[in-house]
Design a protein around this ligand. Structure first.
Ligand SMILES: NC(=O)C1=CN([C@@H]2O[C@H](COP(=O)(O)OP(=O)(O)OC[C@H]3O[C@@H](n4cnc5c(N)ncnc54)[C@H](O)[C@@H]3O)[C@@H](O)[C@H]2O)C=CC1
Ligand SMILES: O=C(CO)COP(=O)(O)O
Length: 317
């Protein structure tokens, strides 16, 4: 689909960015380079006011999952008018509900037009002006408008009608990035890491399709693409958590050493509980979870993974 024109002047100064962490700062600089001036809300400013929301046409959320429901409730209380666009870049699962960010936004703001921005987008590389690709998932007309906000030669943005799949790709790969960080921290080599990535992708497909994503989406930028980026780069915070755990560092200390949010920790815990309750086969997630809960050492978790019964290579196992 050709990007629908979203002239700069029509949304100039009408974009509200929620959160200004690593990803928020990168998104801000991409939008500024595109000529957009952007309003910003950060939690230290206190609750959103009607005056802050009133001129806004597009909300972009770069909040971690734990901040989404609180701000969504604030926007709800301010009666966001229909037709406003919300672009979610959050890659996590809510601890109590296992909801993704768009599920929370949709529950509280059913009148908003919600799309997801995802893909292999390590903020530090984009900040250096290195080339990257991303995908906007959602209604193709809205997604194309959002595409026209971000797309530039060094940031190639695609659209995909499968919003659920695009969002879940970014959520689920974080668990595999922890596993690959553990692998590399233990010095287990590229063969083992490649096996983890490949089997991890199957696990993502199994869970992602169970939750309503389209199988094809998981082989695209937000699934395989982001999986490769974060399973192979020490820039990934989730990979870093795994690497520190492999050195014998306690989870609490590992999280202190990693700068920023590692959504995969919470996602692994939420997903492993869900999988157990719904009889879903997620061996890598379970292995990561037992390490996070300090039930086994990283080495023991790996041994347990390898000692499972031998299988046929299919999606079902
Ligand atoms: N850093 C990256 O390369 C990318 C990150 N993401 C996703 O974007 C989201 C944010 O990640 P980062 O910006 O890297 O995290 P970060 O930890 O660097 O920044 C998070 C920001 O949210 C604020 N915040 C934290 N808890 C909050 C709460 N309860 N209420 C309101 N504000 C709160 C923090 O003060 C900070 O400004 C995550 O879901 C992450 O998976 C997505 C793509 C790339
Ligand atoms: O999602 C990301 C890159 O696409 C960022 O990964 P981390 O959260 O592991 O740093």
């Amino acid at each position: 689909m050709v990007a629908a024109d979203w002239p700069v002047h029509s949304v100039q100064d009408k974009i509200l960015l929620l959160g200004l962490g690593a990803w928020g700062k990168t998104i801000l600089s991409v939008l500024n380079r595109q000529g957009f001036s952007v309003r910003i809300w950060q939690r230290h400013q206190g609750p959103l006011t009607p005056g802050q929301l009133e001129p806004i046409q597009i909300i972009i959320s770069t909040l971690p999952i734990q901040g989404v429901r609180g701000i969504a409730q604030q926007v709800q209380a301010l009666n966001l008018p229909p037709g406003r666009v919300l672009i979610s870049a959050t890659k996590g699962l809510e601890p109590q509900t296992a909801a993704t960010a768009t599920q929370i936004w949709t529950e509280l703001l059913p009148q908003a037009q919600i799309v997801v921005l995802s893909g292999p987008n390590l903020a530090a590389e984009i900040n250096q002006g290195l080339p990257a690709a991303a995908v906007i998932g959602g209604d193709l007309e809205i997604a194309a408008q959002a595409q026209s906000l971000f797309a530039m030669p060094t940031f190639r943005v695609y659209t995909n009608p499968d919003r659920r799949g695009v969002e879940l790709g970014g959520v689920l790969k974080n668990v595999m990035a922890i596993a690959c960080g553990v692998n590399d921290g233990l010095g287990l080599g590229v063969n083992a890491r490649s096996a983890l990535i490949t089997r991890g992708l199957l696990e993502m497909v199994r869970v992602g399709t169970h939750w309503g994503g389209d199988i094809q989406t998981f082989y695209g930028l937000s699934g395989l693409g982001d999986l490769l980026a974060t399973c192979t780069s020490p820039l990934s915070r989730n990979y870093q958590v795994g690497w520190h755990l492999a050195q014998g560092t306690a989870l609490k200390d590992a999280l202190e050493r990693v700068i920023g949010t590692a959504e995969g920790v919470n996602t692994a815990l939420v997903l492993s509980d869900y999988a157990q309750a719904h009889d879903l086969d997620v061996p890598i997630t379970q292995a990561v979870t037992t390490v996070l809960r300090d039930e086994v050492t990283p080495q023991q978790a790996l041994t347990q993974l390898l000692e499972r019964p031998f299988k046929v290579e299919t999606l079902d196992h």
